[in-house]
Design a protein around this ligand. Sequence first.
Ligand SMILES: [Zn+2]
Length: 249
Amino acid sequence: MKYLQTKALVLRSRPFAEMDRLLTLLTWDEGKISAKAPGARRVKSKLAAAVEVFTCGSFLLYRGRTIFTVSQAQVEVSFREQMVHVENYARGQYFAELTERLIPEGEPNPGVFEHLLAAWSSLQEWQGDRELLTRFFELRLLLLLGFQPHCENCLFCGDLQGPFYWSAAAGGLFCERCRPARQPGVSLSRGSHAILRAMQRVSLREMKNLRAPQGQQRELADFIRQFIQYWTETGSLKSLAFMREHGDP
Ligand SMILES: [Zn+2]
């Protein structure tokens, strides 16, 4: 089939050639793909609105030999308005970039699609803790893509009480007794451990009730980010640095 009709989230949109845009789309049917949007930077282009980042749109795509070309595109939901707030923008960009780096090309993953869509849309009226929302996004995204940090108990003896230490290389936690001498690890307080476990069980909506003091925020951010760095191939993310300038630990 030469044409693909699908719903897609615009993860990235950058100027290309004279008047075009080059997109990274997360499509419902074929996962992550690259697509060219011809003429999308012209003032009167019908594609212009739907090919901006933070958009969920309906796309008709022509399948070329190396890249898709956008034939038609309509906005279904745009999250651009809520992204005018710089902190939302920073988090929304980070969600998109992390997804783009972690998800393999051309493999549909409806769970990841729904997760990113829900995270973008919740940024606007989020009454809960935004740092924890971000940790939840990271942790659930990892899970949906088959990466699972071992957070329940000690990797070696199964101890549930803690206090715990963790090492990115070990992929999880160990208790005081099992803590390897050559890899002493970083400590994880009981409070942070409880939040980590809760985040693995709850839904996005239930996250609104979770809170954590600054020290635990820091521990959780370090734990998840170092896991991502060690176990995945995301490299350094521009949006992560930007988000940290705007308040993320
Ligand atoms: Zn142990």
